[in-house]
Ligand binder design. Structure first.
Ligand code: SF4
Ligand code: ZN
Length: 286
């Protein structure tokens, strides 16, 4: 996943997985030489949660002599995630009111990680998805009848097929179970924030996570079976789909767009802006 001469953006959150990932990558980069790491943190604007994690991330970066870059939803979209959820709750637009917090969050996080990695001039971006995350995402997409969502989800998701504005993503922790990431952080004494996002109770992921944890307790190896099925599924699909889809460009922000129309981040930003304008107008009317 790493080559000498490369610049790697490392997406960290202040949590255990990305702390373990940054620590290992920094060690490897020192050993291999000629690799530049640029830690990157996306601040969603979740009060009482992400702010605590950011301070842990800063300590970790300092320990490795790395400068942390922070990009926020507020700077990009004009609202923190907390404000976006308020707007969603007040909205009558089904395209906004039915969105789960994690869906809103995921759209902007993926977008900003890619955008910031491009700005840095990174050759790749490392994300801290562990074996549990990947097994969960695979099952979630199957349960939602959205296998297309897995198209660019894998150990090395690349954008080399269409010259699109997509920085290839690497997942160095894909074979590491979540509990081992936590053990590693404890063993190495790494600073990380242990806490749960207040929005996670809304998450569909929680349901799938519980299912996999219960299954694993009764049938050890179940999570790895799901993970390996996913990796085999990717192989079968890439063989079947030799003609790769060219990337299409969002006419508004000129970044990638799955459909060639306005991308999901631009569309959602617009909905939030309209909702906020409506709210301001009705407040001033009162
Ligand atoms: Fe975002 Fe959901 Fe994760 Fe919270 S749990 S940080 S809302 S994706
Ligand atoms: Zn766009």
């Amino acid at each position: 996943m790493l080559r000498r001469g490369e610049k790697i953006a490392v997406a960290i959150s202040g949590g255990k997985d990305s702390a373990a990932m940054l620590h290992v990558l920094a060690k490897m980069a020192r050993k291999i030489g000629g690799i530049t790491l640029v830690p990157l943190l996306i601040d969603e604007g979740i009060s009482g949660y992400r702010d605590k994690a950011i301070s842990k991330a800063r300590i970790l970066c300092k320990e490795h002599g790395l400068d942390l870059r922070v990009k926020s939803y507020e700077d990009f979209a004009g609202f923190t995630l907390d404000e976006m959820i308020e707007l969603r709750n007040a909205s009558k637009d089904p395209g906004l009111s039915t969105l789960r917090a994690c869906t809103i969050c995921g759209i902007f996080r993926r977008y900003l990680i890619n955008k910031a990695s491009l700005e840095i001039g990174a050759d790749k971006v490392a994300v801290g998805h562990n074996a549990d995350d990947v097994a969960q995402t695979f099952l979630m997409n199957i349960l939602r009848a959205d296998p297309e969502g897995l198209e660019r989800f894998g150990p090395l998701a690349s954008g080399e097929d269409g010259g699109g504005k997509f920085v290839p993503r690497i997942k160095p922790l894909i074979y590491v179970p979540e509990r081992e990431c936590a053990l590693y952080c404890e063993f190495k004494g790494l600073p990380y924030h242990l806490g749960e996002c207040p929005n996670s109770r809304e998450a569909f992921r929680g349901l799938v996570k519980d299912f996999l944890n219960e299954g694993e307790a009764k049938h050890p190896g179940l999570k790895f079976n799901v993970l390996n099925s996913f990796l085999r599924f990717k192989k079968i699909c890439s063989r079947a789909d030799k003609e790769k889809q060219a990337y299409r460009i969002c006419p508004r922000c000129k970044m990638n767009s799955a459909t060639g129309g306005i991308c999901k981040a631009c569309a959602l930003k617009e909905k939030l802006r309209i909702e906020s304008t409506k709210r301001k107008a009705s407040n001033s009317y009162r």
